[in-house]
Ligand binder design. Sequence first.
Ligand SMILES: Cc1cc2nc3c(=O)[nH]c(=O)nc-3n(C[C@H](O)[C@H](O)[C@H](O)COP(=O)(O)O)c2cc1C
Length: 363
Amino acid sequence: MKNTFGQSLQMTVFGESHGPYIGIVLDGLAPGIEVDDNFIKEKLAQRRPSGAISTARVEADEYIVASGVFNGKTTGTPLCILIPNTNTRSGDYDKTGRIARPGHADYTAMCKYHGFEDYRGGGHFSGRVTAALVAGGAIAIKALSDKGIEIGTHISRLSDISDRDFSDMSEDIKDLNKKTFPVLDPDAANAMEEAIKEAAKDADSVGGILETAITGLPAGLGEPWFDSAESILSHVLFSVPGIKGVEFGAGFDGVCARGSEFNDSFRNEGGSIITSTNNNGGINGGITNGMPIIVKCAVKPTPSIYKKQESINLNTLENSDLEIEGRHDPAIIHRARVVVDSVCALALYDMLAARFGTDFFMK
Ligand SMILES: Cc1cc2nc3c(=O)[nH]c(=O)nc-3n(C[C@H](O)[C@H](O)[C@H](O)COP(=O)(O)O)c2cc1C
């Protein structure tokens, strides 16, 4: 489907960067789930730009719950969240709006929508729309957490700077979820922030890798072929603008090991079946095995950079240099973290409801 995803829980996103609203509709939520405004605000704050490492376009994200909630709890009918866009400066796109930004969706949007697309600020393709995913995702993150399922993401690499690996996963996840710049090692965090500022000074941008750990999932989620746990998670992750690669467990580098090194041995520890390593990232045959899901996302450098670039004019198709105006992130990776958490939570909610039924999430 076009802007809708999911089976037991369906999400639809809508809106444009400079339109009146963006939003999300969640259809299939269990009745009786707590909708915690403070938690939604906390998650939206993790996506909101801040300081020299982010765009100067700061939106208050004062959302409206238009349906599906009564007395602070879900009713079970479609839940719609609207987020007004209040800090638009569409004039920034008057001069350059028809020159395609290399790496952005301006050219492909025109190919698909024949010039009728709202191109201001990237329109429907803008990272702005991810605020709606975060608002809806916060409800799913909380519902999963109430079932003992926790999600945490860190910037494992930015340019050539690496964070430390996860160690005590449960403590690391708690720590990351308190941070606005989600890096485990404080020295690496400082170096990464400096690298973003350097790129901004050079009128340029940087990318990196997000690594997500999901703990507490039962074994047995996912379908063997087209709706494997990997297929569903990568589907939603590739829907996040700017994500160009997804890998599970030991991923691309891991396959250089021999089978004897790569295989995760099974053990029975006090009645629980675990594996002694987790190179398969918690999934075998498309089905969760009860170990943490480990998934990495490659987040590209922000396409809108202030350096002069070669491009084309979308009205005339003539070659035309581009010097952008508007407000943009020198890196999107730290803001994309909570978007990744959100889409994973929504997809896992869907998989859990498919296996155990809608009422699984009722307390
Ligand atoms: C939270 C977030 C913020 C973003 N901010 C910007 C931005 O300020 N400028 C920009 O050019 N791209 C930004 N992007 C990325 C573009 O939306 C994305 O690169 C573009 O839609 C093309 O999609 P693709 O990179 O998946 O091919 C952002 C993405 C996210 C997730």
